[in-house]
Design a protein around this ligand. Structure first.
Ligand SMILES: [Zn+2]
Length: 395
């Protein structure tokens, strides 16, 4: 049995108040005790002026783009225009998904990230990584026309069977998934008790497609011979998709930039099963309307943060997303923002039993933060730009 203890200026268990001069004792890779003062057994390592937090949980990423040096397209471009750049990138001959995923896992680990909600287009073997971060691999499904429903469904079913315990399902978005395909994928998720992640209410162009069947997404689908005029009933809205997703045991609404008050209330009522993932710097990259974060939190929606991918974000540093959010929403309690990259993200992904808080019995995956400023409020200190994060995975 290996037992040792880490002590720091602050310990933030997340599910209980901050502990000044706290410690975390670890036995065989599991958190055994969290407290303050002097633990009575084992060796003690004092980390000094540092903040110990649970390892960070990135609720949304696409690691296949981690090899990009900079985002695709340019800031302020429309989502449909950007999707064209993504399609072009996926068609590149020199693309190496395995190397990109390995680099994304490495970059995430260095940023203190211990778990990732990953939208997967590659086989599970590509995610073999010696240690954390672990990935929940949401198998991506794209099939907009009725004629594609059967074949896409079969392919996802096969990949889910191959994916094992870490699998999830991702019907990509309303503009790429036929409603009947969505229903079948949610049924599949229910049968296998898997979480579902779907990009939803991300752009105004998506709302236009749902309401009227027109606009830049219709043109893009037409151009790619994917358009099916009967796929979406006129007058559809994100709420129709939320209703469908709500049948799953657990679902993640990715972005939700343009959810309305009724949709926000719908999600708030189901916060134990449904979460929203806000991707702050990706949201800013596209220059969307202001994010309804305060309205969501006031209503009681569970919100987690995600980096999205390097195709729309400069890096995979999740703490920077939290810091960006703190700067953008000074009215929001810093402790709430830290929960969005720890506890709430872990619950959103369904891995709250092992991750998200420093709680006895959970896996000992910690992140240590060093802050340049005074540590009178530890939450605020780590949300100040310049705080350094280091992953402390304890074997
Ligand atoms: Zn995404």
């Amino acid at each position: 049995m290996s037992r040792y203890t880490l002590r720091a200026r602050w310990v933030l268990p997340i599910d209980s108040p901050p502990i000044a001069g706290g410690y975390v004792s670890i036995v065989d890779g599991v958190i055994a005790e969290v407290g303050n003062g002097n633990p009575n057994r084992g060796s003690v390592t004092d980390l000094g002026e540092a903040v110990l937090v649970p390892g960070l949980v990135n609720a949304h990423a696409h690691l296949e783009f981690s090899g990009l040096a900079k985002p695709l397209g340019k800031p302020g471009m429309s989502l449909p225009a950007w999707i064209r750049s993504v399609i072009a990138d996926r068609g590149r001959g020199d693309r190496n998904a395995a190397a990109a995923i390995a680099s994304g896992l490495q970059e995430s680990a260095a940023a203190g990230v211990v778990a990732i909600g990953e939208i997967a287009t590659s086989p599970p073997t590509m995610y073999d990584f010696e240690d954390l971060p672990q990935t929940t691999q949401f198998q991506e499904a794209i099939g907009f026309s009725a004629g594609r429903v059967d074949s896409v469904f079969s392919e996802v079913e096969r990949r889910v069977d191959a994916g094992g315990s870490g699998a999830g399902i991702s019907p990509h978005a309303p503009y790429t998934v036929h409603p009947r395909l969505l229903t079948r994928l949610v049924d599949l998720a229910i049968a296998h008790k898997l979480p579902v992640a779907m990009h939803l209410a991300e752009s105004r162009e998506e709302l236009e497609l749902l309401a009227d069947g027109t606009g830049p997404f219709q043109e893009l689908l037409e151009e790619r011979s994917m358009w099916d005029a009967a796929a979406i009933s006129r007058g559809s809205r994100p709420l129709d998709y939320l209703r469908e997703l709500s049948r799953a045991e657990r679902s993640l609404v990715i972005h939700g930039n343009y959810l309305d008050a009724e949709e926000i209330a719908f999600l708030a009522e189901r916060r134990e099963r449904m979460s929203v993932v806000y991707c702050p710097r990706t949201h800013a990259y596209f220059g969307h309307a202001p994010y309804p974060l305060e309205a969501m939190l006031a209503a009681g929606v569970r919100v987690a943060l995600g980096t999205d991918s390097r195709a729309s974000n400069p890096d995979l540093d999740l703490l920077k997303e939290a810091q960006f959010t703190a700067a953008k929403f000074p009215s929001i309690d810093p402790a709430t923002i830290i929960r969005m990259v720890t506890f709430d993200a872990a619950v959103a992904l369904g891995i709250g039993e092992s991750f998200g808080s420093l709680t006895p019995g959970k896996r000992a995956s910690l992140a240590m933060l060093r802050c340049n400023n005074q540590l009178s409020d530890p939450y605020a200190a780590i949300l100040t730009l310049g705080a350094q994060v280091r992953n402390l995975e304890i074997g």
